[in-house]
Design a binder for this molecule. Structure first.
Ligand SMILES: [Zn+2]
Length: 360
């Protein structure tokens, strides 16, 4: 298997709906969910290359063992490097933005020979990996804009009226020229056709909402390919050197026991993690403690290509940045979780995780 990475740059404004609307205002997300990219590529392949659509099992919604392509969430980039979901366990100084020590009430960073002593806060959203190693916050902020549109009716535009359905509406969007880190995992033999499809899909299908209004045209380029085995070998050595390991949700994680969502890192998480590592050819057993976790709850939209490329259900799930201390029998097996993800709908970008050093 290959990890294919690249850059998604929006050429026109990009609107990624949050699923919620406040009056006539539509807010955008500041990242691109894997399911949105999967929807774009799936729609394009269905209409233009049915063989590749079928071969990749791109419409598989339930059995992650059968799927042949895993789309990851595309986060905004910071000076050409990828960003990660900010771990909920970390506190950052409100004044100097230094990483604070675990359980400290005040910042111990030295500023001009004096201790800073300001209090800290958690930072949601995306930060660079360097933020953690350099202990200095580099937070990503995408630039958004708001446009007001009038509904188009048969005999022209309308002016603001008392009729709610025909009132102007306001679309928030990400400014053109913003870079996002594209990443997916697939078999080597499909790479050439898949790259060609990605390039065309970005222009002809596009991403997100209001595409009929010219939104969502994207260029996907700067492709790089890495062997998954090599990535796992490299990460194995790094993970083995960590004094303590924390697993962090880089995207929402969907865990279910029968029909019920499980919010937290417990035996259900361990079972899904073992399934993933078995898929990658490793045998994983994880130890978790419910004392050492930080959890936020989110909602995932199940996105079915089979059923007309629509949201098919709303699923409670573990939110971005949730984290837990873990110990594992095998660093390689742990590294395989970073590649393939944990839980359900890992082909749509859910369940993306990374491992870091830390205490909770
Ligand atoms: Zn400080």
């Amino acid at each position: 298997m290959i990890e294919l990475t690249g850059t998604i740059t929006n050429i026109s404004p990009l609107h990624i709906g949050t699923g919620k609307k406040t009056g006539t205002f539509s807010k955008t997300l500041e990242y691109i969910p894997g399911r949105t990219i999967r929807g774009m590529v799936g729609y394009y392949l269905y209409n233009n290359n049915r063989k590749l659509f079928d071969d990749l099992k791109i419409s598989e919604d339930s059995d992650m063992q059968k799927t042949r392509v895993f789309f990851k969430e595309a986060h905004p980039m910071f000076e050409n490097s990828n960003s990660i979901s900010s771990p909920l366990s970390l506190m950052w100084c409100k004044k100097c933005e230094s990483l604070m020590q675990q359980d400290a009430d005040e910042c111990s960073a030295e500023i001009v020979g004096k201790k800073c002593l300001h209090e800290g806060k958690k930072i949601p959203g995306f930060i660079t990996k360097n933020s953690i190693t350099l202990k200095k916050l580099q937070k990503l902020k995408v630039t958004t804009q708001i446009e007001t549109k009038c509904p188009i009716i048969r005999n022209g535009h309308t002016s603001p009226g008392s009729d709610y359905a025909l009132s102007p509406y306001h679309i928030e969007s990400i400014q053109p020229g913003t870079d996002f880190a594209f990443r997916c995992i697939l078999e080597e033999s499909y790479i050439a056709d898949f790259k060609a499809a990605l390039k065309k899909a970005g222009v002809f299908s596009g991403l997100g909402g209001y595409r009929s209004r010219g939104y969502g045209t994207v260029a996907i380029k700067n492709f790089k390919e890495n062997q998954v085995n090599e990535i796992i070998n490299k990460r194995e050595r790094e993970i083995a050197n960590l004094s303590s390991t924390v697993i962090v949700a880089n995207s929402p994680i969907i865990l279910r026991l029968a029909e019920n969502s499980v919010i937290g890192f417990d035996t259900v998480f361990s079972e899904y993690a073992s399934k993933t590592s078995a898929y990658a050819g490793y045998d994983l057993s994880l130890q978790l403690s419910d004392k050492y976790q930080r959890i936020s709850e989110a909602f995932a939209g199940g996105w079915s290509i089979k059923y007309g490329n629509r949201v098919s259900e709303i699923i409670p799930c573990i939110g971005h940045g949730s984290c837990a201390m873990i110990s594992a029998n095998d660093s390689k097996a742990l590294a395989s979780l970073e590649v393939y993800g944990v839980g359900e709908m890992t082909n749509s970008g859910y369940g993306d995780v990374y491992i870091m050093e830390g205490d909770l």
